[in-house]
Design a protein around this ligand. Structure first.
Ligand code: FAD
Length: 354
């Protein structure tokens, strides 16, 4: 155990994974406001009213040499090497791991933040659907999160009419077989699919889109994610989308004593490309950084994609095989096999946090 002060900001898939590994060798202080793990990849299940599976952070860090401080970072001074917390404390560090993740992006769409439920308010959405008079719920976003949410809501709430609204195609990046399966399942679950319908406004009666009005009593927003703004505010070099630009060892290119991992980082891996935000990329970054901080490797971060996996309600799913550079292979596994594969991945994520 060294006296070096390592501070990890954020206890998501990236930050917690790095902290539990580095804590075996250094004093690690982990800053995050929540008492229970923020298991974001299950938030669509919460929205549909399924029980939450969020282990206590105290249990996940037990015996790992990690001191969890329940607080929010409000500012960062990389020159003085200090993090400021909402408790009023200023925390010095030798090495900072910045893993503040991302949050729902509203894209400046008028009315969206006021009238739509983001994933962060999944429990409120669940309550609204459970207690409200059934009507129409529109899910905005044709990406993985929107598809999973629409399928989950339609299956759990057959009394509600579910619509999915996408600026482009729903699941348009999957192979033809993969997208075909997604559309078939949505049809079976009674979901109305609105494609090429970019949303330009949200109000209490529904959505305004490039193709006209889509009425909705409730709107769920699953359009995109923005990285946490603190890195840009602190003067770290950031890309156009706000992610901090890092080198091959995941160090900020402007402040090398700050490692940035997970959704907060713009990571480009030779041969793979610029990684997309995802638990699938965040957790490997946390694992890698844990090894770096433990002095076990000085190699650059390497990453190749292998699969993409969706839950489509509780009984169906999609396992899409992909090439290392994230392009699609033609092979997919669907139905209960896809569903079980997704459940195994989600379970494996929690085991790997410890
Ligand atoms: C419904 C849903 C389903 C998803 N499904 C998948 C999927 O199947 N596969 C996949 O690859 N990705 C999926 N994602 C994306 C995935 O959840 C994110 O990419 C992932 O959570 C990023 O991990 P992270 O550790 O970088 O950050 P996060 O998980 O966002 O964690 C950020 C951490 O920082 C903390 N924090 C935030 N602000 C502060 C602050 N000011 N001070 C201190 N701490 C702070 C948070 O409390 C949290 O502990 C899904 C996302 C959603 C919303």
């Amino acid at each position: 155990m060294t006296e070096k002060q390592i501070v990890v900001l954020g206890a998501g898939y990236a930050g917690l994974t790095a902290a539990t590994r580095a804590g075996r060798h250094h004093r690690v202080t982990l800053i995050a406001p929540e008492a229970r793990f923020l298991h974001r990849i299950r938030q669509h299940e919460t929205a549909a009213g399924h029980p939450e599976h969020r282990p206590a952070l105290a249990e996940l860090v037990r015996g790992r040499g990690v001191h969890h401080v329940r607080a929010r970072a409000t500012a960062l001074d990389p020159t003085a090497r200090k993090v400021f917390l909402d408790t009023g404390e200023a925390l010095p560090y030798d090495t900072l791991v910045y893993a503040l993740g991302s949050r729902t992006a509203w894209h400046g769409v008028p009315g969206a933040a006021e009238h739509a439920y983001p994933a962060e308010r999944a429990a409120e959405l669940s309550e609204r659907l459970r207690t409200g008079v059934p009507g129409t719920v529109a899910v905005v976003g044709g990406g993985a999160t929107g598809i999973e949410l629409a399928a989950e809501l339609a299956e759990a709430h057959p009394g509600w009419r579910v619509r999915i609204v996408a600026a482009g195609q729903v699941g348009g990046w999957f192979s033809a077989k993969g997208r075909g399966h997604v559309l078939r399942v949505l049809e079976r679950l009674g979901v109305d699919v609105h494609e090429q319908s970019a949303v330009t406004g949200v109000d209490p009666e529904g959505l305004t889109t490039g193709r006209g009005r889509i009425p909705a009593d409730v709107v769920a927003w699953a359009a995109a994610m923005d990285p946490h703004p603190l890195a840009a505010e602190a003067g770290l070099a950031v890309a156009a989308d706000g992610r901090a630009i890092v080198d091959g060892h995941l160090r900020s290119v402007s402040h090398p004593e700050v490692y940035v991992i997970g959704d907060a980082a713009e990571v480009t891996v030779p041969g793979t490309g610029t990684l997309r935000m995802g638990c699938a990329t965040a957790q490997p970054m946390g694992r890698y950084l844990g090894r770096v901080l433990a002095g076990r490797t000085d190699r650059p971060f390497a990453y190749r994609y292998a699969v993409q996996c969706l839950s489509l309600g509780r009984r169906d799913g999609l396992l899409q095989l992909i090439h290392g550079d994230d392009s699609m292979r033609p092979t997919v596994f669907t139905g209960p096999v896809g569903r079980l594969a997704k459940a195994a991945i989600v379970g494996g994520v929690v085991s790997a946090l410890r």
